[in-house]
Write a protein that binds this ligand. Structure first.
Ligand SMILES: Nc1ncnc2c1ncn2[C@@H]1O[C@H](COP(=O)(O)OP(=O)(O)OP(=O)(O)O)[C@@H](O)[C@H]1O
Ligand SMILES: [Mg+2]
Length: 253
């Protein structure tokens, strides 16, 4: 078994990265895959969305090699779904690593022992293209770019694509963009429809067919510490993330 390593990356804040990591991960686990989610964001939203302990022994301790990656894996309420948590300690990592020659390889080295333990390892990046995000790009096989169906959605997309292309050329030749995922889609607004049309025209088959709707249940579930499938399995958000998971499987397997 060699894990498929996917990161959700967009330096824009609040576009649905964490929501997508939680619910893609849960859907894959429900479909029988062995899944690990990694919180690369010092905000720790992924950890709290799944109500795991985000005290010590999280991503920071793993990346700085104080503990092994396997020791940091925590079980969740969902079978087959584990998490490595994060907290504010991770925020200092950018500064701690900046002068080290191998600064871009810390995540890859720290996580390599997990490759034969999971089918999917999915990372939730912070809203920045800083050193932690670069490290996660060096480690991953695939990038998914979530994009909110709002005005200025494409802003920043060029620098994001450029960063991914640079890493692919220099530090990780096997890196691929798996796709662009639209989130918070509202079929009743002209703007949502136009954003999807514009981006699809430009990026064509890179755009995932599944559109994640704006759905209040998706925003409520994290406060209960649950993925959408445990909170409200029949809502439109649950159906969409389930369909998205099947699309991801068909793209990578
Ligand atoms: N499809 C959706 N429908 C309704 N609300 C959503 C949806 N997706 C995400 N949200 C809500 O929008 C907010 C931002 O989502 P989320 O935290 O997933 O974004 P993010 O990209 O991880 O943010 P950050 O950049 O701060 O890490 C959250 O309050 C979340 O509950
Ligand atoms: Mg987030």
């Amino acid at each position: 078994m060699s894990a498929k390593k996917i990161i959700f990356l967009n330096q824009k804040g609040g576009v649905g990265k964490t929501t997508s990591v939680v619910n893609l991960g849960a859907a894959l686990a429900i479909l029988g895959k062995k899944v690990l989610l990694i919180d690369f964001d010092s905000q720790g939203n992924l950890s709290s969305s799944l109500s795991v302990d985000n005290g010590a022994n999280g991503a920071y301790e793993v990346i700085t090699k104080q503990i092994s990656a396997l020791e940091a894996c925590q079980k969740t309420n969902i079978n087959n779904l584990e998490v490595i948590s994060a907290n504010i300690d991770l925020a200092g990592l950018n500064i701690e690593l900046v002068n080290l020659e191998n600064r871009n390889f810390f995540v890859k080295e720290a996580l390599s022992s997990l490759d034969d333990k999971f089918d999917y390892i999915i990372g939730d990046c912070p809203p920045s293209l800083g050193l932690v995000s670069v490290n996660s790009l060096v480690w991953a096989n695939y990038v998914i770019i979530p994009m909110q169906c709002e005005y200025l959605a494409m802003e920043g997309l060029n620098s994001l694509m450029r960063t991914v292309a640079t890493i692919k050329r220099t530090l990780n030749t096997s890196l691929e963009i798996l796709g662009i995922l639209f989130t918070m889609y509202n079929k009743r607004t002209k703007l949502s429809i136009e954003v999807v049309e514009d981006v699809s025209q430009y990026f064509d088959s890179l755009v995932f067919k599944t559109l994640i709707p704006r759905n209040i249940r998706l925003s409520e579930a994290p406060s209960h510490g649950l993925p959408i499938f445990s909170y409200d399995n029949s809502c439109s958000g649950a159906k969409a993330y389930y369909k998205f998971a099947q699309e991801v499987i068909s793209r990578v397997e």
